[in-house]
Write a protein that binds this ligand. Structure first.
Ligand code: AMP
Ligand code: ZN
Ligand code: FE
Ligand code: FE
Length: 286
């Protein structure tokens, strides 16, 4: 049986609601899932309630973009207390930064005679955190571009003409925020870190020193060789291993929940995470 610890819902840029994801995961025979929406934990309560109803283990999660010495990476937080005030304050800061950035992107698009109203954007993103994929969806609907890739390449990506940087925390702050909420901090899809194994080792050593707990090993684009390398690095630096599909629903074509041919994640990774969390809690109470 597989688990899936990297999933996006309508609370950020996924297209299925937390309840729908739980039902789908149950149907696929997964034993545990974590919804890891960008910058929000708003989907957890609904997913957990649905999980209790249908008999699926649901653990809390979040995905933060953070800066580090080599650029940006994605940081996953697991087993966090979703009511933690410090965490919620941090997420509110990120939310404001997103709002500001989205408005600036729409302004830039106007320079290219593309008129997208804030209301259109809110309609597409529903109640969740709004991001570039939602703007991309509107660009497709308006016939400005024909694919998500084209929307990012031409307008929204780092090289795109309507690109606007948004404020994000640095890695150390992100790890700290997750720890303050009692969680486990994990580097998501670390493919780019693996370009050079020596550099990857040096980075992980440095990250471990600032409190990193784990790395995502099982991921659809990680080859068998990469997974082997990552497992070796996790052992060497005393990091837990996690994995998931990064499923976004229909907004990102070609991805499905774990358990199929895309990616399969062994159940015992959840036990290891829970054990680590308990050890850390015990240490704190000494
Ligand atoms: P944002 O959170 O607004 O900065 O948008 C980043 C999100 O856009 C990422 O988390 C991805 O889910 C998505 N994304 C980035 N590049 C692409 C792309 N080329 N095609 C589709 N989605 C993308
Ligand atoms: Zn996303
Ligand atoms: Fe990511
Ligand atoms: Fe993701």
């Amino acid at each position: 049986m597989s688990v899936d610890l990297h999933i996006h819902s309508t609370m950020s840029d996924g297209t299925l609601s937390p309840s729908e994801l739980v039902e789908l995961a149950r149907k696929k025979g997964l034993s545990c899932i974590a919804i890891t929406d960008h910058d929000t934990v708003a989907g957890y309560a609904e997913a957990k309630a649905k999980g209790d109803e249908v008999g699926l283990d649901v653990i809390s999660g979040v995905e933060l973009s953070v800066t580090y010495s080599g650029g940006q990476l994605h940081l996953l937080g697991y087993l966090i207390d979703c009511d933690n005030i410090t965490l919620l304050e941090g997420l509110r800061t990120l939310h404001s930064a997103r709002d500001k950035r989205n408005g600036e992107i729409l302004e830039k698009l106007k320079e290219y005679d593309i008129d997208i109203k804030e209301n259109d954007l809110r309609r597409v993103s529903t109640s969740g955190e709004t991001g570039r994929p939602h703007i991309a969806k509107l660009l497709i609907q308006k016939g400005v571009v024909s694919s998500m890739d084209q929307a990012f390449d031409t307008y929204l990506g780092r090289e795109g003409c309507a690109y606007v940087e948004r404020f994000v925390f640095d890695l150390e702050y992100g790890i700290d925020l997750i720890h303050k909420a009692g969680g486990i901090a994990v580097i998501a899809h670390p493919v780019s870190l693996l370009k050079d194994e020596l550099q990857a080792g040096q980075l992980l050593e440095q990250f471990k020193r600032i409190g990193l707990d784990g790395i995502e090993v099982y991921y659809p684009t990680h080859s068998r060789k990469m997974k082997k390398q990552l497992i070796g690095l996790a052992k060497k630096y005393g990091l837990v291993i996690t994995g998931g599909s990064d499923y976004h629903g229909s907004i990102r074509k070609g991805t499905t929940l774990a358990g199929g041919k895309g990616v399969s994640v062994p159940e015992d990774v959840v036990d290891s995470m829970r054990q680590l969390r308990e050890q850390k809690t015990d240490l704190k109470s000494i």
